[in-house]
Each structure stands twice: as C-alpha cells, then as structure tokens.
Design a binder for this molecule. Structure first.
Ligand SMILES: CC(C)(COP(=O)(O)OP(=O)(O)OC[C@H]1O[C@@H](n2cnc3c(N)ncnc32)[C@H](O)[C@@H]1OP(=O)(O)O)[C@@H](O)C(=O)NCCC(=O)NCCS
Length: 230
C-alpha cells in the first residue's frame, strides 16, 4: 500500500491559507499548531504537515472503505526533516518527504516496505490538465518498468482511487496520484506481488536511484518546510 501528495510551495493559494486565521485551528492538532508557532519556517512546515495528512489518508482509505478525511484527526509526528509518522484511524503510518524550494512531496507507505520498493516521479504541469498529465507520466514510466506496451495500460478510477490496469485487468500493485499548482506526482509499488516486483527489479536494476525519482529538477534543493491547500 502507498499514498502520496505534492504541494507546490509557490502556489498563491498557500499564502491565502497561511494568512487565514481559522485555517490552522480547523486543520491541525494542538501539537502540530505548537510546532508551527515555534518553527522558523512556518509556511514550509504547514505544507509538510498537510502533505503527510493527505498521503496517510490516501494510504489508509485503500484498506478502510468509507474512511473520512478529517485533517486534525491525522496527527503528524516529525522524526526528522525528512521522515514522520501519521497517527489516524488507530494506525501509525510512516511517511517520507522529498522537498526543495519548489515543492514538498510526501509518500506514505506500509511500515514493512523499503524505500527501494517505491517508484515515484514528479512532473511539471503547465496549462492545466493535471489529471491527464500525471496519468500519462505514470503510464509511460510504468510501461518501461514493467516491460509493457504503454497502449496496453490504463489508469481506472474507483471511488476516485486510481488503479493501474493492463488490458482491462488490475496490475498487482498500488498507484497513488497527486497534483497541485505546477506539479503532479505519482508513486507506485508492487510490494507483495512477487512476480511484478521481480519484473521491476530486473527491468530497472541500476537505472533508478534507491527511493524517489524526480523528472523535475529543483533549482536549490534543501530539506523540508512551506504551506498547504485545503
Ligand atoms: C483524497 C483527497 C484528500 C485528495 O485531495 P485533492 O485535493 O483532490 O488532492 P490531490 O491532487 O493530492 O489528489 C488527487 C488524486 O488523489 C487520488 N484520490 C482521490 N481520492 C482518493 C482516495 N480516497 N484514496 C486514494 N486516492 C485518492 C486521485 O487519483 C486524485 O487524482 P484525480 O483527481 O486526477 O483522479 C480529497 O479528495 C478528499 O478529501 N477526499 C476525502 C473526502 C471525504 O472524506 N469525504 C467524506 C465526506 S463526509
């Protein structure tokens, strides 16, 4: 299982949210608000917390039908500038951040899953069509990794949850999509599906860095911290 979320740190929406007096009270738990008050880079931290909550929700919703996204009930505990856990629905979900001056990208994963088992990519979006852009990017990358003809792959929606299909049948694995502002992102894992994991590792051995792969290159790369959207 997997869930991901991206926040465009330069999206004007972030500024509006950060200045809205009731936003933090509505969205963040008391400990999180304390972190925002104490931290030097509150806007960046706000984005990290938000991305962690959404990623964890997308992760949990796959195994808990009908789960409602109530942001203050997804409590984020940072363990470092790149890792945190989210407590929600009686579970603790580990998340990792990949951040630079332009975006915060967060992936929630099964605690038993290694970062190497995840393929993620961030793609620029210009002129709208973010849902189409992220699907095309995911299909192109996963077709290569799985050794499939891109024409044979589709991304279906079931209650908004994306599923990768090959000639109409679900490909074993989990796909998560996200988009905000100038960016879209996907994360994929075939963890738990031995034959496909084998195919992925055979297909790309040495070609991918261990964890996330960004096709968008940030200008000044740095560790996390700026703001979310509702
Ligand atoms: C899941 C959610 C947080 C995503 O927020 P968003 O602003 O659409 O943001 P993102 O861009 O990060 O994610 C969009 C992608 O997430 C995926 N997604 C949407 N809902 C999802 C879900 N429940 N589980 C997993 N993935 C989901 C879709 O692939 C979607 O892409 P698409 O719009 O191109 O199909 C939002 O849809 C939400 O709050 N859903 C819960 C609603 C709820 O609790 N309803 C109960 C009301 S009582």
């Amino acid at each position: 299982m997997i869930g991901n979320d991206i926040v465009d740190l330069r999206d004007p929406e972030n500024q509006t949210i950060a200045r809205h007096p009731r936003f933090d009270a509505r969205v963040f738990a008391p400990d999180e608000r304390a972190m925002l008050d104490e931290g030097a880079d509150g806007e960046r931290m706000r984005s990290m917390l938000w991305a962690a909550k959404e990623s964890a929700y997308k992760f949990l919703r796959r195994s808990i039908p009908g789960l409602v996204f109530s942001p203050p009930k997804y409590v984020v505990r940072l363990s470092s500038l790149v890792a945190a856990s989210v407590e929600a629905a009686g579970r603790r979900v580990p998340v990792r951040f990949d951040a630079c001056e332009d975006y915060v990208h967060c992936i929630a994963r099964d605690p038993r899953m290694a970062a190497e088992e995840i393929i993620a990519r961030i793609v620029p979006v210009a002129g709208g069509q973010e849902s189409v852009v992220v699907r095309l990017a995911a299909i192109a990358a996963l077709a290569e990794v799985l050794g499939e003809d891109p024409e044979s792959l589709r991304i279906e929606r079931n209650e908004r949850i994306p599923t990768l299909t090959r000639r109409g049948r679900a490909v074993p694995g989990t796909l998560s999509l996200s988009h905000h502002g100038r960016f879209a992102a996907f994360a994929w894992t075939s963890r738990g599906c031995a034959e496909v994991v084998g195919a992925i590792h055979d297909g790309v051995s040495g070609a991918l860095p261990p964890a996330a792969v960004s096709s968008f290159r940030c200008r000044g790369r740095r560790d996390p911290g700026k703001s979310p959207r509702s």
